[in-house]
Design a binder for this molecule. Structure first.
Ligand code: ACM
Ligand code: ZN
Length: 461
């Protein structure tokens, strides 16, 4: 038991949307892990769980009116168990999250990323052809592949079915926002589909992007008629943004900035800083991951308010930020934890404290002492911290010398280095001051913590 003296704590978060996205479509994760994910969020005071429930590889939420979505769309077609959450389980998750101050925002992705839905109900696609699910988790029929994960935007049936789906989804999830996806839709089948061509003519639409906007607009009106707000990936801005829609800016922050300039709300989730499925250390030392490298420090340095609008009243329309963690490469809870912890701590600090916050060194001090003790107590599988050494070359005009500065992110660590091409070890020279280089030189360096080497591989320049 701990005793604290009576005190007043004056504290509040800088941003209202402190989000973590969870992809349960590419790989399914059991309910118990979703609850643990919520616990991890709660300990970092994150308050929005964006739950990516549908994608090409799986439909993960029970829809009573369309049981095929989970009968077919949640399986891998190889006799494995159906992998989805019943509505009862989803309600339990929503309640568990609410008790911890977390809102669950469901995502039903339209019109792209819909292979699982179309495999379940072929009439939802432009070709109307059935697509058999394959044991690899993909779907059969190479000739059907082009655009075969895109819903038909012309057929009224699509709107009827998705209206029904959204009604059930809104009944389970009381969140103000409903996420409608909108990203990466392959619009090629719309160009040759009679229903889509007819719809474009009837509505006076000239481009597939406008047809996508028409479709999102229909969804927006449906969602708004239930008193909710639509949010979608930044592609929904491409053919004109529906009036009440909010934008999740993932291809940088520009489209989010543009959205707030035109009177919409935005959440920043740029894949330059906040994709936690990307590598967090040199790829050679890490499990296979997506994309480029987003080390902890890069997350901590992220500012949700782009500098073009800093100080402007528009900044109030930036609700906050969110990390996205897609699970193509992540199939176990342990691996998922490893990808999000401790980058979630860096994002939490950004979103709670805003621009006025402690230094990076102070963040590392707190993280690699008390916070990792908490992680250990929870049995979390977290990334131990980047083991690479950063080299910053600098030319000084006063003495015409090149110097190499070295740094690493690990608190309370030394850097050991060599200049003879050999691997550094605990006995190697310690870095104390920038190294002057007068001729071509290879520097190899490693992080040393205590009396052992922390880096799995030396870094070199
Ligand atoms: C996305 O990463 N496709 C939103
Ligand atoms: Zn069509």
């Amino acid at each position: 038991m701990y005793t604290l003296p009576a005190c007043v704590i004056a504290d509040k978060p800088e941003f209202e949307w402190r989000g973590m996205h969870m992809d349960v479509a590419r790989h399914f994760f059991p309910k118990e892990f979703v609850l643990r994910f919520i616990d991890i969020m709660a300990m970092h005071k994150m308050n929005v769980l964006h739950w990516h429930l549908t994608d090409d590889q799986g439909w993960r939420i029970e829809i009573k009116k369309y049981p095929g979505l989970t009968e077919v769309g949640s399986t891998r077609g190889d006799g494995t168990d159906k992998e989805y959450y019943t509505q009862e389980e989803a309600r339990e998750i929503v309640a568990y999250a609410a008790k911890r101050g977390i809102t669950v925002v469901p995502e039903i992705d339209v019109p792209g990323h819909s292979w699982a839905a179309i495999a379940s109900y072929p009439e939802l696609g432009c070709s109307k052809k059935s697509q058999k699910v394959m044991s690899t988790g993909g779907y059969e029929g190479e000739e059907n592949r082009i655009g075969s994960s895109t819903l038909c935007a012309g057929d009224e049936n699509t709107y009827r079915v998705y209206g029904d789906i959204l009604d059930e989804v809104m009944d389970i999830f009381p969140s103000k926002y409903i996420h409608i996806g909108g990203d990466e839709a392959d619009k090629r089948p719309w160009r040759s589909c009679p229903a889509c061509i007819g719809r474009m003519a009837d509505e006076g639409l000239e481009t597939p992007e406008q047809l996508q906007s028409y479709m999102i607009g229909r969804m927006e009106r449906h969602i708004a008629s239930h008193g909710r707000k639509l949010i979608g990936w930044d592609e929904i801005t491409e053919g004109g943004l529906a009036p009440g829609a909010a934008v999740m800016s993932w291809r940088g922050t520009e489209l989010g900035t543009e959205a707030v300039r035109t009177g919409h709300d935005a959440v920043m989730t740029p894949n330059s800083h906040l994709y936690f499925d990307y590598y967090q250390d040199t790829p050679e030392t890490e499990p296979a991951a997506n994309g480029s490298m987003i080390p902890l420090r890069k997350v901590w340095e992220f500012d949700p308010i782009p500098k073009e609008i800093r100080g402007d009243t528009l900044t109030g329309r930036i609700l906050g930020a969110q990390a996205n963690t897609w699970t193509e490469y992540i199939s176990t809870p342990e691996h998922y934890e490893y990808m999000i912890v401790p980058r979630i701590a860096a994002l939490a600090e950004v979103l709670w404290c805003g621009p006025v916050r402690a230094t990076w060194d102070d963040f590392c001090r707190r993280l690699y002492t008390a916070q990792t003790e908490r992680y250990d107590a929870m049995g979390l599988n977290y990334h131990p911290g980047p083991g690479y050494v950063r080299f910053t070359p600098s030319f000084d005009e006063r003495d015409s010398l090149y110097r190499i500065y070295m740094s690493c992110d690990i608190f309370d660590a030394d850097i050991a280095y060599t200049i003879d091409g050999t691997d550094p070890d605990t006995g190697s020279e310690r870095y104390r001051a920038p190294i002057v280089v007068k001729k071509p030189t290879t520097i190899r360096a490693a992080v040393i913590r205590g009396d052992s080497i922390y880096s799995e591989l030396p870094s070199s320049i």
